[in-house]
Design a protein around this ligand. Structure first.
Ligand SMILES: [Ca+2]
Ligand SMILES: [Ca+2]
Length: 137
């Protein structure tokens, strides 16, 4: 008899939880579509006088469930150097902007080289930062 009552209560709680979840789904789905987990790198564009350094910051829009590594890809022209740092995002530090510095190596040409840095984290929409050299030759 007692067991029957307990089972009934459990079923009712289950139905209640299901109702709540059903109400919550449309809102969270719309939010997820408008604001997917993303890498946030700032600023978007940096002018870098030839032979100088610049830095941007990287953080995540949503907390990860485990530690994730930042991947950095570079396309473009010019010679750029970055310190061999490994940036990791954890469930506690994900929202703290992390600095990433890049040094522009002087060149003999007169071209304003442009490099596009792609910042990626598994499961997140990547972001890009464009570093534009201001050539001094
Ligand atoms: Ca130059
Ligand atoms: Ca150049």
């Amino acid at each position: 008899m007692v067991a029957t009552v307990a089972r009934t209560c459990s079923t009712m709680l289950g139905a209640l939880a299901l109702a709540v979840a059903t109400v919550a789904v449309p809102g969270s789905a719309a939010g997820a579509a408008a604001d997917p987990p993303s890498v946030i790198a700032e600023p978007d564009t940096i002018l870098v006088p030839e032979g100088t350094s610049a830095s941007f910051t990287v953080r995540l829009s949503h907390a990860p469930s485990s530690t994730l590594f930042l991947g950095v890809g570079i396309r473009g022209s010019g010679t750029w150097a970055s310190p061999p740092v490994v940036i990791v995002f954890t469930p506690t530090n994900w929202s703290t902007p992390r600095p990433y510095s890049v040094h522009n190596i002087p060149d003999a040409d007169t071209v304003d080289d442009v490099a596009k840095f792609t910042l990626s984290v598994q499961g997140y929409v990547p972001d890009e930062v464009v570093l534009a050299q201001v050539d001094d030759d």
